[in-house]
Design a protein around this ligand. Sequence first.
Ligand code: HEM
Length: 377
Amino acid sequence: MTSTTTPIEAVRLPDPYPFYATLVAERPFAYDEALGAWVAADASAVRAVLGSDALRVRPPAEPVPAGIDGTAAGEVFGDLVRMTDGTTQGRLKAVVVDALTRADTGHAARLAREFTREALAAGGEVPYEELMFAVPARVVASLGGLTDGADREAARAIGDFVQCIPANATPAQQDAAATAAARLRELLAPGLTERGDGLLAELVRAADRASWPHRAPLLSNAVGFLSQTYDATAGLIGNTLVALARGATVAAPADIEALVREVVRHDAPIQNTRRFAAEPFVHADAKVEPGGQVLVLLAAANRDPAVNPDPHALHPGRVNPTVFTFGASAHRCPGEALAVALATAVVTELLAAGFSPSTFPSTPVYRPLANARIPLI
Ligand code: HEM
């Protein structure tokens, strides 16, 4: 850690956790002049921020980033339950949760193992990037009914789409995202029918059960399943491989899921998220005025000793850990079971194929991202 570390740079430090621990102990909810934002670091502040209706997922004056407004990427973005708040979001979120709860995680895991074997079949260097990014995205695309190469195309397109999400996306990235969003809608649209056992059919049936009449937001949120999977699951697979490279052991295949679940807490693939004050928000003796921003350090709160004993130790099989990596309250991630199943399947297949953890870097360089912690291999 250096004195110039910021909570954004921390995401890609070899070891951001001493820095986070200092924030938890000394500045659990404080204004950061350099960032121009409030920073919530301890479990109490993170829980309060994520649970507040005064704080929104987008700046109220810019619900869709200006650079993609009016494009297919903007239309998708503006429909995502992840990027909207309020009553309509609540209704659509219930549909999304209903559909994802019915996703067959066993089938997803089998597909992830099959795609991992396929990726390894070429021999030579382990294709880590493909295993981390393409395999989970292909599985979710397959659950959405895309097969015969369309799953691969969707996995590539979603890599382009996610580039428009960071606030500092360039015009070229926004253009590529718009093209990708249009193509992804085209690919996924035929799956939006009541029949079938895929994820899109589950979405349609869940919408019918909830008397939700609009089809376009279902399609957008199907694209959202891919985008929410992409970086986050890549980070979970990568950070689990880092834990193995640092000496974590798995005596039996069943231990792999316990390791993945503890990596979720210990070395969170999504380290932070943001909120924007639409109304005053008060926590402890601090007040965020409307227009203020809050950076929510999920990864710091996971290691708050007030909620997890011995928080810096990696203890697979921890009993009732408190984990913020999948968020909390209205925007809590509905993809946790799927993400854990995918990461467990990829790592299981890799170990079964004779992967030696010592060949993976134990102190990797991380991708230059503001919220996802993903080793650069
Ligand atoms: C390791 C993998 C994953 C991590 C760490 C993760 C983390 C998160 C977090 C932190 C949020 C909430 C963000 C916020 O409140 O600002 C979220 C939302 C969401 N995630 Fe995940 N996610 C993962 C995988 C997935 C997968 C595989 C899916 C589905 C296929 C998914 C679907 C969603 C959706 C639909 C939302 C929006 C929920 C809402 O805003 O109401 N996620 N995720």
